[in-house]
Design a protein around this ligand. Structure first.
Ligand code: NAP
Length: 480
């Protein structure tokens, strides 16, 4: 059992908890203080982890999907049993309000249960033969050892989104969480151990990201890398994958547009825009970063939206009733303030917020709404990752769609309208992997999630979520 405020958390290698002298310190962004530390691995240990995973592969893949599913349900049971403790750790290392951390644990449990069942449906098929002397089968096989790299913004659920389908498909997986938020992965590893996941099938490594990625990329026994993080790092992985022709799944950056049409239900539009923008302090790859409102309802929308943003409670996520916690660190706060300054210089008005929260050592930014933001502003072109809502107006649907698509990113987009024809026109035209119609939180276990353009390759969740961990094979049966 992990005790908070204590140093010496360990990594989990081949069924053993391993300590090292090279520790990583973990900072609470609500007060800027180190509150825990965790062991890191060296290159030799990464290599050994891949060897152990490779050794564990034959027995794990030989289990039936039903047997693996039973174990995954047990991991989910453990997460549920320890949900309060895990949620508290997420808030301590990431900063998000406790209610949102609890939601993250709940969603992680749901992902585990989804893939515990979905692996039973990794169907192959029998194809009607072209030659009467042959039969053609298609079968699915687990790809092999998987290296999974996760980010800090949803530290548990985005790790589980990789680990659960990999395990369900029959692949051993080695998880490398973000250095800022490694602790909830330590608790996840404890849940894996308690559930009886065999040694080597799930391992946790923490440490130098470049070194770990290099071993994942160059070691031929690691057959797949699944990554969630910035587009820049993803591009580095694409380059590095060439030598081994290593398959990659990439969940990269986003810069979601949100379109509010004059035929929307204004209260629904404001409520869902608040979720799409301010959940997780705006530090979400699917956060609404560019808000386009039709001119005829611009003032009415702004009045309600600014009032809702002003009502948000900002503070330490462990205190009850908080809506917005701190940003992850000083650099994130500085870059958010620079985006506000840039927008204002180009003519935007600050309708609320705009400043660092005073009298705290934590990295808090006031929830900010910017009015009349011009398209060339940094916050309209680059990922924001902060509680900053830049709003601008548009005249026609075509104009809104053109401006929405004028970004290299394509992870998610939002549309607020009551017109069914418009819903479908927009869904077809928007260049993004997920479209939320009157829905500010569109991600769910049972539907595919992923990006187009610079937002990545492949899909997580849904039935598609297994695909990245399965090889499709054709078996030609002759001799009839
Ligand atoms: P990041 O800097 O790319 O880090 C993500 C992960 O990659 C961390 O575990 C990090 O390890 C590791 N990493 C860093 N350098 C690496 C390298 N050279 N090779 C391999 N791995 C490396 O991104 P972040 O700041 O943590 O996360 C924010 C970004 O993730 C945003 O762009 C956001 O949009 C994106 N994101 C995308 C999705 C999605 O589903 N599409 C979801 C969430 C977030 P260390 O922590 O040890 O440096």
């Amino acid at each position: 059992m992990t005790v908070l405020n204590q140093s010496g958390h360990r990594v989990y290698l081949n069924g053993q908890w391993v300590a090292s002298e090279r520790e990583l310190e973990v900072v609470n962004p609500a007060d800027g203080k180190v509150f825990a530390s965790v062991s890191t691995v060296d290159r030799e240990q990464v290599r050994a982890a891949i060897d152990a995973a490779h050794a564990a592969f034959p027995a794990w893949r030989a289990m039936t999907a039903k047997e693996r599913g039973i174990l995954l349900h047990k991991v989910a049971d453990e997460l549920k049993r320890r949900q309060d403790e895990i949620a508290r750790i997420i808030t301590l290392e990431n900063g998000k309000p406790l209610a949102q951390s609890k939601g993250e644990v709940g969603m992680s449990e749901d992902h585990l249960r989804w893939f515990a069942e979905e692996s039973k449906r990794a169907y192959g098929r029998m194809i009607p033969q072209q030659d009467s002397h042959k039969r053609n089968l298609v079968i699915k096989s687990p790809i092999g050892v998987v290296g999974a790299i996760a980010p800090w913004n949803f530290p548990l659920v985005l790790a589980v989104r990789k680990v659960a389908p990999a395990l369900a498909a029959g692949c051993p997986v080695i998880l490398k969480p973000a250095s800022k938020t490694p602790l909830c992965s330590v608790l996840l590893a404890e849940c894996m151990e308690a559930a009886g996941i065999p040694a080597g099938v799930f391992q946790l490594i923490i440490g130098n990201a470049g070194m770990i990625a290099e071993e994942f990329l160059n070691n031929p026994l690691c057959r797949k890398i699944t990554f969630t993080g910035s587009t820049e790092v993803g591009q580095g992985l694409i380059r590095g994958a060439a030598a081994q022709v290593k398959p990659l799944s990439l969940e990269l950056g986003g810069h979601a547009p949100l379109l509010v049409f004059e035929d929307c239900d204004l209260d629904v539009a404001v409520r869902e825009t608040m979720i799409a923008k301010f959940r997780n302090m705006g530090q979400s790859c699917i956060a609404a970063n560019r808000i386009y409102v039709q001119k005829s309802i611009y003032s009415a929308f702004m009045e309600k939206f600014v009032a809702a943003a002003k009502a948000l409670k900002v503070g330490n996520g462990l205190e009850p009733g908080m809506d917005v916690g701190p940003l992850i660190g000083e650099k994130a706060l500085e870059s958010a303030l620079a985006q506000i300054e840039d927008a204002v210089k180009r003519g935007a008005n600050v309708r609320c917020g705009g400043k660092r929260v005073a009298n705290t050592d934590g990295f808090f930014l006031e929830p900010t709404v910017l009015d009349g933001v011009v398209d060339g502003s940094v916050c309209m072109c680059e990922e924001t990752f902060a509680p900053i809502a830049p709003v601008t107006s548009f005249e026609t649907e075509q104009e809104a769609l053109t401006r929405a698509n004028a970004s290299p990113f394509g992870l998610s987009a939002y549309v607020m309208t009551r017109d069914y024809a418009r819903m479908l026109r927009c869904a077809e035209a928007l260049e993004s992997g997920t479209i939320g119609i009157n829905d500010g939180a569109p991600t769910t276990s049972n539907a595919p999630f992923g990006g187009v353009k610079h937002s990545g390759w492949g899909r997580e969740l849904g039935s598609e979520g297994l695909d990245g961990f399965l090889e499709t094979k054709h078996v030609s049966l002759g001799g009839f």
